[in-house]
Design a protein around this ligand. Structure first.
Ligand code: SF4
Length: 448
């Protein structure tokens, strides 16, 4: 009888970048003969792919790894690993070594491709094995990926960030911005199209600065990259995240308008609406510049949906500054917003700013912001009532497989009754009912 394959479980915290890194980790493990475990009890390897953007996920990792002590005693061969942004911070790495002796493997965001050899070292008893490179000049291509969806795929185009927003830990843990070779990106997207993928999301901390570091003979910017990817057969929709407002050029807006596969949705983080706070955040734009951009986008692409990130309670934020944020939110009328209470990250300039805002003030402000945005989101969705929209069908709902779910080009979630065999198809749905976070409708055309 062949030996049973070892099983792995990955717990992923944080952003899409991390989710995609976990797909690469799974791809490497499956190339080594591992298979996914249903739960912790049956796993031979448990990995925690961590996030440093906020304090809470980091505390959770300590709690969850500590909670595996009993399982490790019952299953001494169980291997536990921690990877991702958290281990890129020297203080956290020291904390892991000191407080979590049950951890066998620690590897950084620049060491993912080394996982097979690191696991070999763990297997021969060299643990705990630690491989954390601070930054890397080189982008390692060809890492196998086990994608969560065949229909939709994330594709990295840049790694790291050069912006140093004063609240953000990312440039310290993910290193300087590096752009992937456009030919490598094109080859990956072409292979995805051949494999039945319909929608790609290009990933980078700031996709709009793509290409600036490429050698002169291969330099293309993000708008050029979109133009190269638009004709790829099989791919129906192109999305991207994240766009920094300071680098969103007129050329980019023209590309978004002209390219048929680039979806009419843009996530454009504002963070704050007051210029004093934007300056303290080192965001590189003013509220006026941001509003001008929104005007240009809406003029070029009137149906575009806009979403954003907003931070309340940044150090020094007064009631007047916060009201500036509310003013911009009212003026832009976002389709949706991710709202965050500012929490200091050790090692960032904002954490050391003296005028931190009291927690109760932050909480009171975020409630006001959420209430305002929810009302606007609902009103924006009401504009869809009675409209017929194109939906990419992602599958049936968990509770009723005949209720299908998909998204519009503007990234609205739509539910409607239909045959599960439509999964992966572009269909037309007439919207008959709207909620704050989703739309409901009737199928009018099964083939677009
Ligand atoms: S652009 Fe600013 S917020 Fe975004 S990853 Fe870079 S430093 Fe962080």
């Amino acid at each position: 009888m062949p030996a049973a394959k070892p099983k792995y479980l990955i717990n992923t915290f944080g952003c899409q970048m991390n989710e995609h890194d976990s797909e690469k980790i799974a791809g490497l493990l499956e190339a080594m003969g591992y298979q996914p475990a249903g739960d912790r009890e049956e796993a031979d390897l448990i990995l925690f792919n961590t996030c440093s953007v906020r304090d809470n996920p980091e505390r959770k990792v300590y709690g969850q790894v500590a909670g595996l002590k009993g399982l490790k005693q019952r299953k001494p061969d169980l291997k536990i690993g921690i990877c991702g942004c958290m281990v890129q911070q020297p203080e956290e790495l020291a904390g892991i070594k000191a407080k979590l002796p049950q951890v066998d493997l620690v590897f950084g965001t620049h060491n993912i491709h080394e996982l097979p050899e690191l696991l070999q070292k763990v297997a021969v008893g060299e643990g705990p094995v630690i491989a954390v490179e601070e930054d890397s000049e080189e982008i390692v291509e060809g890492v196998p990926v086990r994608r969560e969806s065949r229909l939709k795929a994330w594709v990295n185009i840049t790694y790291g960030c050069n912006n140093f927003c004063t609240y953000c830990i990312v440039p310290y843990v993910r290193g300087r911005e590096k752009s992937r070779d456009p030919e490598q990106i094109l080859a990956e997207v072409t292979a995805l199209g051949e494999d039945g993928c319909k929608e790609i999301t290009l990933l980078g901390q700031n996709v709009n600065s793509y290409g600036r570091d490429l050698p002169a003979d291969r330099r293309v910017d993000f708008a050029d990259l979109l133009r190269r990817l638009n004709p790829v057969p099989g791919i129906e929709r192109i999305r991207f995240t994240t766009s920094h407002p300071k680098d969103l050029s007129d050329k980019m807006i023209s590309a978004m308008k002209e390219l048929d596969k680039v979806c009419e949705h843009l996530h454009l983080p504002l963070q704050a609406g007051g210029n004093r706070i934007l300056q303290r955040m080192n965001r590189g734009y003013t509220a006026e510049m941001y509003l001008e951009l929104v005007g240009k986008l809406r003029q070029a692409i009137p149906e575009i949906s806009l979403t954003t990130d907003l931070i309340v309670g940044f150090p020094g934020e007064t009631e007047e500054d916060f009201e500036e944020t509310l003013r911009v939110v009212r003026e832009v009328r976002y389709d949706g917003a991710f709202t965050f209470i500012y929490s200091p990250r050790k090692g960032t300039p904002a954490a050391g700013m003296p005028d931190q805002v009291p927690e109760d003030v932050k909480r009171e402000r975020i409630y006001r912001l959420i209430e305002l945005q929810q009302g606007i989101s609902r009103e924006k969705n009401e504009e869809y009532d009675g409209q017929t929209v194109e939906v990419l069908v992602e599958g049936g709902s968990k509770t009723d497989p005949e209720i299908l779910t998909g998204r519009t080009r503007t990234n609205k979630l739509v539910h409607f009754a239909g045959d599960p065999a439509l999964t992966g198809e572009l269909v037309r749905v007439k919207i008959t009912n709207v909620h704050t976070w989703s739309l409901f409708g009737n199928l009018v055309d099964a083939g677009v």
